[in-house]
Design a protein. Structure first.
Length: 168
């Protein structure tokens, strides 16, 4: 069973989906149709239900985290990925708010220095926007590269984090 809800935040529409284990998807977009469609593709065999008091409460907490990225998060998560992806995602979560790292730096941190492309693939596979901060990954020259939910959202998240963390 996957329960989900849609909410508004400063970055657009936010979808939060919850399994029995915790939040299994957080997605950002311009409208609900594409977000719900992607959820249906991601969990094709799951029974789905929209809107639920528990999911609404978790969605409110995700919106708060999106708007105030420096706050600690104790959201219950259902992280689904390969062992490699999970290593990458743990490394991403260790990047302090207001800072960035390159794909190559993350590859080195997880003791796979020749795996920068695989790190990029793990970032692209991340289903937990903001909570697993793949928006903190930049190219080696510090320029912004792709982001599953749009480079404009990535830029906005990084600017917000920099401002709120006092890293300017």
């Amino acid at each position: 069973m996957i329960r989900f809800t849609l909410a508004q935040c400063s970055l657009g529409v936010l979808l939060v989906a919850v399994s029995e284990q915790g939040i299994c998807a957080i997605a950002l977009g311009d409208g609900p149709d594409a977000l719900v469609g992607a959820l249906l593709q991601r969990f094709p065999g799951a029974e789905r239900a929209q809107d639920d008091a528990r999911v609404d409460e978790l969605a409110a907490r995700v919106v708060d985290l999106t708007e105030h990225p420096g706050r600690p998060s104790d959201l219950p998560l259902d992280i689904r990925g390969t062992a490699f992806q999970r290593r990458v995602w743990r490394a991403l979560c260790e990047i302090p708010v207001g800072h960035t790292a390159s794909y190559a730096q993350i590859a080195s941190r997880i003791d796979a220095p020749k795996s920068a492309r695989a790190v990029a693939g793990a970032c692209a596979a991340n289903m937990l926007a903001v909570v697993i901060p793949c928006h903190r990954i930049v190219r080696s020259d510090a320029s912004l590269s792709g982001y599953r939910w749009g480079v404009a959202r990535k830029r906005a998240l990084l600017e917000r984090e920099t401002e709120q963390s006092g890293q300017r």
